[in-house]
Design a protein around this ligand. Sequence first.
Ligand code: GDP
Length: 363
Amino acid sequence: SLSIGIVGLPNVGKSTLFNALTKNDALAANYPFATIEPNVGVVGVPDSRLGKLADIYASAKIIPATVDFVDIAGIVRGASVGEGLGNQFLANIRESDAICQVIRAFDDPDVTHVDGDIEPARDIETIDTELILADLQTLEKALPRLEKDAKRNAKDKAAQDLLAAARAAQGVLDGGRRLFTGGPEAGIDLALMRELNLLTVKPFIYVFNLDTDELADDSLRAKLSGLVAPAEAIFLDAKIESELAELDDDEAAELLESMGQTESGLAQLARVGFATLGLQTYLTAGPKETRAWTIKKGATAPEAAGVIHTDFQRGFIKAEVVSFDDLVAAGSPQAAKAAGKTRMEGKDYVMADGDVVEFRFNV
Ligand code: GDP
């Protein structure tokens, strides 16, 4: 499933936020693996459609799409030089689809900042720099091998392309830019860079940890958003998130409302993570459960079926599809069928967000 690595300087609220993630008991029950890895937390992607579908189908339970958050400790200024970033750190971050940087904006004299004062722009640069330096080291190690390959296989276009891309990437990183933003501008195919296990090819999401009164400060939020645009910025109070995670749904909604918010920071993070990675969901529903399944935008019906089970993809015959809106307007699956809103789609069908699907397959 989708995985987002959380990085940040010490004392910015990473652990507080991460504890909030792992306290999410309702989800942990549906996803037992969540408790197996101590540094992984699972968050459900909020989706109001699921409740409506569950009503229509009288489903016994609802299973939302989820995002795995991985707590990646270990970044400080200078982490990439000397000993270098630890192997565990690199392994964790490589397995993540996106990187979420937690930045401290709250001020609290009792909580020291590693660099003395609260300065989000500097902290963002510190972390960006460490990741850029780590990528430069990876490239320096890889280049002799890439050069050898390119020389030995003078007619192998892939080897030549990879070497050229690696050299261009070195230039981008030397210029102090991350590959995700700087790469495409320099004409670098990021897919090639992924082969080289580089970190800065991943999309970044920025989470600003603020105090509750700062959360309501629109000009501060605009200023912080400006630091990271066009990347997405999320604003939350890690301490409140941790309290929210211990409340039941109604109480949580009340607390959020009292702060003028409609959605928890963690839910925002899951939603933005989904969008950042070009993912969407389709839905299945029945008396047992209503469930959202995660697919890449552009996935075909058999690919979508494969997310449920590889046998579904292999034996795919047809998908019976009705759009969520049509289904809700009709009021029931029978009424949707009677109104001609239910379609039989074949193997070339490209899934649309919110398709409610039943697959037909051979076993
Ligand atoms: P980490 O080192 O990034 O994992 O930071 P922690 O989560 O351990 O937080 C460091 C300290 O800051 C702890 O004492 C937290 O209680 C406190 N803290 C975290 N978030 C906030 C916040 O939003 N406001 C305030 N005032 N303190 C916070």
